[in-house]
Design a protein around this ligand. Structure first.
Ligand SMILES: NC(=O)c1ccc[n+]([C@@H]2O[C@H](COP(=O)([O-])OP(=O)(O)OC[C@H]3O[C@@H](n4cnc5c(N)ncnc54)[C@H](OP(=O)(O)O)[C@@H]3O)[C@@H](O)[C@H]2O)c1
Length: 405
């Protein structure tokens, strides 16, 4: 299909961020770069709009053996302490990955499972699907366990944590990866406890999970223990993609304080009208704020590395399943051939696997991104996504909502 035809159709569809990205990108000389790939957008932004500067460059091996993937990074936007260097055990690492039944989570499980150095706990809402997908992609049976977790139910989160603890397995790394994205929803839907579904699942479910498992991580004697919360460029308004309406904005958190229930409070964090695309972006801001608040409160005391990342635009994953069919058809070729921001699930999985296992990515409080050569660098978060006061408030309100305070 001709590029102009794809562009025209996406322009007409005008649903969600990708279509708008095209309009924005089309108006500038750097349009060959992706509106979704952090480095391209930010470098473009630096030239054209004075966005924050990306400072790092490094070269990472593309070797599929995760154990051999090594990243060199520079730049230090976030104050941090190195994790304790003492290596206490040589056993396999145990990593929980939420939403490992498809997309990025599955690709990461595959990359880690194939390395032979990890046992993956696939924490999934559909465990039959998870088992089937693990077999389909060929993760060796002895390297994974499927456990049920529905992040849209805090009761399920608690049950998962209890089940994991009673398994007696140590926990070394937790990856909060699962997410829902409802860009075409006209009305809000809700979690079991009545929170708007995107924020309830992506943020509150993971918030409770990571808090409940923190003690297990503290006890780990593994060489490096980590909590990784998957972020997104779309929640960062210091990028071109993050400036595509509807923009992420948590406002004064009045909707979150009001429980996001859509009855006596707005289903949106900022108290506004429901917008499914914005709810997703807001949830990603919460994910990135949570990572930093974890870093501030627990890194020094525990030595746990807390990190977030933007894996790139993985246009083929199930994340876009709620979009209208023409969007789903055109979005991957658009990202592949027009913006060149496309990242395959396999490549994105290797990136997240690096954040799990690479010995050079142990710095805490960092939001990782990758450039067009698949080299990792420490990216800068938007003003809102790096606001410590907002992080503290989101943390305090979330604690109440999930029943921890
Ligand atoms: N795709 C991209 O371009 C992109 C870009 C930036 C960031 N990300 C982030 O990458 C992460 C993974 O997304 P993806 O692109 O791989 O999408 P995906 O293929 O749809 O994967 C999402 C996963 O989350 C699971 N999930 C959804 N609701 C759940 C719930 N209530 N409880 C437990 N698991 C649940 C899904 O389970 P089922 O298999 O049962 O549906 C699926 O395994 C997300 O955090 C997303 O924000 C993606």
């Amino acid at each position: 299909m001709a590029a102009s035809s794809i562009m025209g159709t996406l322009h007409q569809i005008h649903i969600g961020s990708a279509a708008f990205a095209l309009q924005k990108e089309g108006g500038h000389s750097a349009s060959a770069n992706s509106a979704f790939l952090g480095v391209s957008v930010a470098e473009h932004g630096k030239r054209e709009f004075g966005f924050p500067v990306l400072r790092a460059k490094k070269v990472t091996s593309r070797n599929t053996n995760v154990a051999r993937l090594r990243a060199q990074t520079v730049a230090a936007p976030v104050e941090t302490k190195e994790a304790p260097a003492s290596k206490k055990t040589d056993r396999k690492g145990n990593v929980i990955i939420t939403g490992a039944s498809s997309g990025l989570g599955l690709a990461t499980a595959k990359a880690l499972g194939e390395s032979g150095e990890w046992h993956i706990i696939m924490a999934c809402r559909d465990f039959v699907k998870a088992e089937r997908m693990a077999r389909t992609v060929g993760i060796p049976k002895e390297n994974y366990t499927v456990m049920h977790l529905d992040l849209a139910s805090l009761e399920s989160v608690r049950q998962f944590a209890d089940n994991f603890k009673s398994s007696g397995r140590p926990l070394d790394v937790l990856v909060c990866n699962a997410a829902v994205y409802l860009p075409t929803a006209k009305v809000p839907t809700f979690t079991a406890e009545g929170f708007e579904l995107s924020v309830g699942t992506n943020h509150l479910g993971h918030f409770l999970l990571s808090r409940l498992l923190l003690e297990d991580l503290k006890k780990s004697d593994f060489k490096s223990k980590r909590v990784i919360i998957v972020g997104s460029i779309t929640g960062n308004t210091n990028t071109l993609a993050g400036n595509i309406p509807p923009k992420a904005n948590l406002g004064d958190l009045r909707g979150l304080s009001g429980r996001l229930n859509g009855v006596n409070s707005s289903p949106m964090i900022d108290g506004g009208e429901f917008d499914g695309a914005k709810a997703y972006k807001d949830s990603k801001v919460c994910n990135m704020l949570t990572m930093q608040e974890f870093h501030r409160q627990y890194h020094e005391e525990t030595g746990i590395t807390f990190a977030s990342l933007y894996p790139g635009c993985i246009a083929t994953t199930g994340l876009f399943r709620e979009h209208i069919p023409p969007f789903r058809l055109l979005f991957p070729p658009f990202q592949k051939y027009i913006t060149k921001g496309f990242v395959s699930e396999e490549e994105a999985g290797k990136r997240l696997a690096q954040v799990v296992s690479d010995t050079s990515l142990t710095k805490s409080g960092v939001y990782w991104s990758w450039n067009n050569d698949s080299a990792s660098f420490e990216n800068q978060l938007s003003e809102e996504a790096s606001d410590p006061e907002k992080a503290r408030k989101v943390w305090a309100i979330s604690e109440k909502l999930v029943g921890l305070a």
